[in-house]
Design a protein around this ligand. Structure first.
Ligand code: NAD
Length: 479
């Protein structure tokens, strides 16, 4: 069985512990690789390598660093099919989704920040007989920790700006989906990335993840994952006075008004609810529909959801693959049981469906739609992170806004209306870091990305990311 290796100091190496855990294909429930269980010794070796690489890497010209990122981007494109299949094998997502979204975006992340760093400038402030200018210097060795739902996409979203701005990186992918990060280390070697600039450690979050964020030499942590983990990382980081970027969970509202384009809205929200099996932090999970069109929306929405095909991720006609793990499938199922206990009425989800022989043990679940749930119940308040949405009714714009904002989370929202003034009014008042009007997941990498409240701290994307990974220093000259 293939053993995944850590990537430290420019080499692929076994963990010092010689211990491994299983990497499981969720569509077949079969183990296909072994994941290193890294420990403090691997971490110290990686930190020493990164600290040694930092003076040279940070002093390269931006053009030289950008060239490395562009080479990596190109190699991702050249290996698109292999990477997409690997991503699907690890996560259960349709191969076609990985081919058209995950892997192209990973390449785009590298390319985008290769360009962005060449356009990055700092401020100057002219005074009376004086001028202040701001230098932005890389921080040193930083940590990038990412989750399982969009593995290479989110891994590179952090690594690219960190490297572009001159830092050296200790990165940890999720232990549930480590394989494309392993392939990415091979790509970095092929691109000739200098040794120690990027180090990828595999292993469990509470073990090596915790060790990374507890290490005093880590100057900043960029983390995407669950809110509870983010809180723990914030507690560890606070006394170290280090920079933190936390992209956490969501419970995203969608507001559907009578004056929307109904067919476009239904299509948009089916996509927003169930793309990637509902395992995207940005997925809609609470859909609020204005009373006059509630029944019509419900009928059209449920009909489209019933038509979604669930099954073999390699089949291009499939809309949804397997959920990422047995544990996650059980969690999502427990929320469906809870929803029923809370008075929810199931509109679809329990239809029988066929799976091919090799997928019979896989972690598949049909998309579930519920209605009749109070806004404050756990199903409507807690993140499920799977193919489950609730339909809810509202009677006025004020009520829609108040229901949407009644949440501990504040990541993303969608508003569906043809009334431009209303869209702007709600866009301004809704408490989420990202608002999409008549669309979902339309991403421009230059925009600030992140959430409010328990959805996180700080913003990624564009200049925000380059600012995060650099320390501003003001210099004042009097003349
Ligand atoms: P998770 O918090 O369990 O794990 C995320 C990463 O953190 C993994 O690499 C894990 O190994 C590591 N980790 C776990 N415990 C750690 C610790 N104590 N110290 C350091 N690292 C630790 O999250 P998950 O289950 O992998 O991902 C799902 C969550 O991610 C959902 O809540 C989802 O909303 C969120 N998410 C958010 C965004 C966003 O941009 N806001 C994007 C994708 C996913």
């Amino acid at each position: 069985m293939e053993k995944i290796a850590n990537y430290i100091n420019g080499e692929l190496i076994a963990p010092k512990s010689s211990q491994y855990m299983d990497d499981v294909n969720p569509a077949t429930a079969e183990v296909f690789a072994q994941i290193p269980l890294s420990n403090d010794k691997d971490l110290q070796y990686a930190i020493d390598a990164a600290e040694k690489a930092f003076p040279v890497w940070s002093n390269l010209s931006v053009k030289e660093r950008a060239n490395y990122l562009n080479k990596i981007s190109k190699l991702i494109n050249e290996n698109l099919d292999e990477l997409a299949k690997a991503e699907s094998q690890d996560t259960g997502k349709p191969v076609q989704l990985a081919q058209t979204v995950d892997i192209p975006r990973a390449s785009a992340n590298m390319e985008f920040f290769a360009h962005a760093i060449t356009q990055f400038s700092s401020e100057s402030h002219a005074g009376i007989n004086s001028i202040n200018y701001t230098l932005r210097k890389p921080l040193g060795v930083v940590a990038c920790i990412s989750p399982w739902n969009l593995p290479l996409y989110l891994f590179t979203w952090k690594i690219a700006p960190a490297l572009a701005s001159g830092n050296c990186v200790i990165a940890k992918p999720s232990e549930i989906t480590p394989y494309t990060a392993y392939l990415f280390s091979k790509i970095c070697m092929e691109a000739g990335l200098p040794k120690g600039v990027l180090n990828i450690l595999h292993g469990k979050g509470p073990e090596i993840g915790n060790a990374i964020v507890s290490h005093k030499n880590i100057k900043a942590v960029s983390f995407t994952g669950g809110t509870a983990t983010g809180k723990r990382i914030a507690e560890i980081s606070a006394p170290l006075f280090r920079k933190l970027s936390l992209e956490l969970g969501g419970k995203n509202p969608a507001l559907v008004f009578t004056d929307c384009d109904l067919d476009k809205t239904v299509d948009g929200l089916v996509r927003a609810s169930f793309t990637n099996q509902g395992e995207i932090c940005l997925c809609a999970s609470r859909i609020y529909v204005e009373k006059p069109i509630y029944e019509e929306f419900k009928e059209k929405f449920v009909q489209k959801v019933r038509a979604l095909k669930v099954g073999n991720p390699a089949d291009p006609s499939v809309n949804m693959g397997a959920l990422v793990s047995a544990q996650h499938l059980n969690k999502v199922k427990s929320y469906i049981s809870l929803a029923k206990e809370e008075g929810g009425k199931l509109l679809c989800g329990e239809e029988a469906f066929e799976l091919i022989e090799e997928n019979k043990k896989g972690y598949f679940l049909r998309p579930h739609v519920l209605e009749n749930l109070p806004n404050t119940c756990r199903t409507n308040q807690e993140e499920i992170f799977g193919p489950v949405v609730s339909l809810n009714v509202f009677q006025s714009e004020e009520e829609a806004l108040s229901l949407a904002n009644e949440s501990e989370y504040g990541l993303a929202s969608t508003i569906w209306t043809n009334d431009l003034s209303k869209a702007h009014r709600i866009g301004e008042e809704i408490k989420t870091g990202i608002v999409w009007i008549n669309c979902w997941m339309n991403r421009d990498l230059r925009t600030p990305f992140g959430g409010m409240k328990n959805s996180g701290l700080g913003r990624e994307g564009g200049l925000e990311a380059l600012k995060f990974f650099t320390e501003p220093k003001n210099i004042c000259i009097e003349y």
